[in-house]
Design a binder for this molecule. Sequence first.
Ligand code: AHM
Ligand code: MG
Length: 336
Amino acid sequence: MARKNQTLGEFIIENQEDFKYSSGELSRLLNSIRLAAKVVNHEVNKAGLVDITGAAGDTNIQGEDQQKLDVYANEVFIRTLTDRNIVCGIASEEEDNFIVINSQDENHQNKYVVLMDPLDGSSNIDVNVSVGTIFSIFRRITPVGTPVELKDFLQKGDKQVAAGYVVYGTSTMLVYTTGKGVNGFTLNPALGSWYLSHPNMTFPEDGQIYSVNEGNYLDFPEGIKKYIKYCQAEEDNRPYTSRYIGSLVSDFHRNMIKGGIYMYPKSTKNPEGKLRLLYECSPIAFIAEQANGKSSDGFTRTMEVEPTELHQRVPFICGSKKMVEKAEEFMRNFKE
Ligand code: AHM
Ligand code: MG
């Protein structure tokens, strides 16, 4: 039973039995993530003080400039998970291919793969705006004792055993689910401990906030354009408030607490949408559904979208149930 102010460590141990195939491995994995998150948090917090921000000069597979902190966060998470020999494979937004993990004596015995965006929204770092880490955890489908394969990573969101995010904001929080609701832990930086501050997080069923990059409005599908106009109409409890940070984790986190909808639809510039299915949309969708919210590409539940490639993009609509249902209704009614 979740108790406010419980530490994350206590919470993980007390809830270990909830996991379907409990062997302590998933608990150890979550423990590693909380440790890596603390290290990244420490570095993100210093971003204004040291010459660590700015493009590292590299370009990732999506053709985007990498910030130095992206690279750093990527290394920290990979190193933490690899050193402790907890997972059999890792996929990251910052890595072109998935990484096979194996130590000599273990012989591919680990059961879980992790997919992550180590530092999402990193273009916001230079201007002191919140960024986040997103992670998704699956059980491998290839047999234990063999190296992981691509198909271990290309699993539908419905198959996730856990997912979460860290928001490095005015305070740093780790929010995660193992399929039994959503709990949020706030870091006490002085003590280095995470405390359960937001037990059983749930989306208000309806909301008043819409979050979308309206600069792309002219390129949006007709259904989204019409829905945005609906949000702005002076009727019932509308117009809604527009809030867009441009940092998925922060926009989602606010909307989950206050009630709202986040949209990254497809557009001419991004014909498949911009966000990545496996390590951005799927984990956020899992959390949303566990928190009584909803998530889809406008037609299909995000959790049911069949992955075909590691860095696949997908249109994303996520938030309070009634708002997402309304947006889907517009998508159905104004198909192009
Ligand atoms: P990133 O993974 O390169 O950081 O991009 C993902 C981010 C999301 O956090 C955010 O919601 C979105 O991109 C913002 O995109 P845009 O600037 O096009 O509105
Ligand atoms: Mg990202």
